[in-house]
Design a binder for this molecule. Sequence first.
Ligand SMILES: [Zn+2]
Length: 293
Amino acid sequence: MNQRANLRFVFFAKVVLVLEKIFLFSVDLEDVRLGIPYGLQYKDRLAANTIAYLNWLRKHTFKCTFFTVGNVAEKYPSLINEITSEGHEIASHTLSHIPLDQHTPETFKADLSQNIELLLKAGAKSVTGFRAPTFSLTEKTKWAYRILKELNLTYSSSVLPADNPLYGWKNFGSQPRKTDEGILEIPMTVGNFGPLVIPYGGGVYFRILPEFLISLKTKTHTSVQNPLLGYFHPYDIDTEQEHFMHPGLNNSKVYNYLMYYNRHKVYNRLETLVKQGFSIMTYSEYVGKHLSI
Ligand SMILES: [Zn+2]
């Protein structure tokens, strides 16, 4: 190939690479029962729901990332093995799901090191990514990036780039970017719905918003620089879970009702995204793509 043809090829390859509809579907692998008093009296549904996700991913030959807390890795090593043997990625979701603002840099470093150790012991091939519990990485806790770097992680998906009563980093920006410490942060996808800014790609919002509104937004994610970030939990698809008050909701019956709302519709909505042309990949694969453009 002469130099001109070579340049044309590189340009074409980059355009193809850039114009890819990427859905960063992920599962936060945590046992919600551990967050409530006497939670273990309720049925253990974590493995069954995780296997249901694995079956759906296998059907489409998609690989994704499971952000896994240490106590899950310790309790379900065979599940972690199944996840990794199917080619999915295991990343960190801390040792026991304590938000970053309840840590000092020292306690966070100890927590994260133990989490990584447990994930590797349970069968993770390597651990390069991190998600903060409840997206608690904010301007006040950005010291966490230094710790991620010190422990050789390369990316994070921990920021809600909007105002939020709990956590949020409004000025972070809506697209993935490298932090000063060299960590690629892939923030949660948010969109304007009237006066509200909502992370519509996963969790409770993906279930409660009308599907046509979600589709209007997801169609705008047309490039590698602007992926759609999806965050799901084992319970998001669980139609058989007993009813109990979920943690972190201030005992609000309305919020708790929404925790169970439309769980049976999640697969259909995921299928709609596949029909829109989205492909799912692990976050580490995405990081490689992002850094190469
Ligand atoms: Zn979580």
